[in-house]
Design a protein around this ligand. Structure first.
Ligand SMILES: [Zn+2]
Length: 377
């Protein structure tokens, strides 16, 4: 007998799910439903009643049938329908039901009856991945596999840009000037965004495809109350930007922690991972992350820890002593500045790179993983 090949196995597995539903068919049925809702809700306003052609795959923009949307301009359509996550959100301040799951939205306007049982199952499964249903997919144990796959919970970067009214750094002269001075401009600057009104630099902890965001750190140009950096974890983004508070506890626990480790979804685990304190430092060395929260400790078996200059930064020294004590590899500042005395006044890695470039292999010569190496801190 011929063995079962992978394709057979895949279709066999697919049979186990409730019922296969064609995504395209479901999407066009949903579009029909939404058109009906809009025509019934706005019978005398053909602009509001129209379903705008989507600018991006999986996303529709409509006049909100819940709050009625703008009273002055029918073209200002403020409800977004996300067909990929089967959720919907109205951006109109004061909308009584801003964020809704697709099934709640359909039910509200009497459209549920137009969908088959398996179509509704598909809709509900997708919308609950964001909120409470993720448990079935999250039963993983090791720390690496806990991180791998978190990208599916990332929030679309475009939504965050719109909500916070941010600009791409490439479109802002001020942003480019700021980043250029720190040797931070690259071909792809999606990990940054700029708030033109304040000059605040926004740093995004991106998903692997760089389309989604799990955490945000803001560097304030003009910090009030002495706080230069402001960090938003995953839960806080949902709550403060989108008014969503009913995230699944399991997802919250897993994503919140990863959301404060910059670039954690972008690194390869088969290579050494360099761990820096700041995003800007981390951009100088390939396959690296940055710990945003001052209290965040990341223990990676293949991590190389590069804290701020331990000769001038007590917190950096204590952190390095602790990591050496646990047998982790650390960057040894004194060993480095002995050989490069002209760089001994650098307080962090960005200071070094502003004056002189080093490859990762060159920097690695100044690392050690023996507790006695704390002599070199
Ligand atoms: Zn609304």
């Amino acid at each position: 007998m011929e063995g079962m090949d992978l394709k057979d196995f895949m279709s066999f597995s697919a049979d186990q799910s409730p019922s296969p539903v064609s995504t395209d068919e479901l999407r066009s049925k949903l579009e029909e439903s939404i058109r009906r809702i809009l025509r019934a809700r706005f019978p005398n306003d053909s602009v509001k009643a129209a379903l705008d052609p989507s600018t991006r795959a999986g996303k529709l923009t409509i006049a909100c049938p819940v709050c009625g949307d703008s009273k002055h301009n029918s073209r200002e359509k403020r409800r977004t329908i996300h067909l990929d996550t089967m959720t919907t959100k109205c951006w109109n301040g004061g909308c009584p039901q801003s964020w809704m799951r697709m099934e709640t939205f359909l039910e509200k306007f009497g459209e549920l009856g137009n969908f088959t049982g398996s179509e509704l199952t598909t809709i509900k499964r997708k919308s609950s991945e964001m909120t409470e249903g993720g448990r079935t997919q999250t039963a993983q144990t090791s720390s690496v596999s806990q991180v791998v796959g978190l990208g599916k919970y990332a929030i679309p970067r475009a939504e965050i840009m719109a909500e916070l009214r941010l600009s791409e750094v490439d479109a802002s002269y001020d942003a480019r000037a700021y980043l250029k001075g720190r040797k931070q401009l690259s071909k792809d600057n999606r990990h940054f965004a700029w708030k033109q009104s304040t000059g605040d630099l926004h740093m995004f902890n991106l998903s692997q495809d760089r389309e989604g965001v799990i955490g945000i750190q803001i560097r304030r140009a003009n910090p009030k109350r002495g706080q230069r950096f402001f960090t938003m974890n995953y839960e806080r983004i949902w709550k403060d930007l989108f008014g969503v508070e009913n995230l699944d506890e399991d997802i919250k626990a897993r994503v919140n922690r990863a959301s404060l480790i910059y670039n954690i979804l972008g690194v390869s685990y088969s290579d050494e991972i360099w761990v820096f304190e700041s995003t800007i430092d981390s951009h100088h060395v390939r396959n690296s992350v940055a710990t945003w929260g001052t209290g965040t400790r990341v223990y990676l078996p293949n991590g190389v820890y590069a804290f701020d200059n331990s000769a001038m930064d007590k917190a950096g020294r204590l952190a390095a002593v602790e990591m050496l004590g646990r047998g982790h590899r650390c960057f040894l500042w004194k060993r480095f500045t002995d050989e490069h005395p002209h760089l001994s006044d650098c307080k962090d890695f960005n200071d070094i790179f502003k004056r002189q470039e080093f490859t990762r292999d060159e920097l690695r010569k100044f690392t050690g993983n023996d507790p006695l190496d704390s002599f070199w801190l």
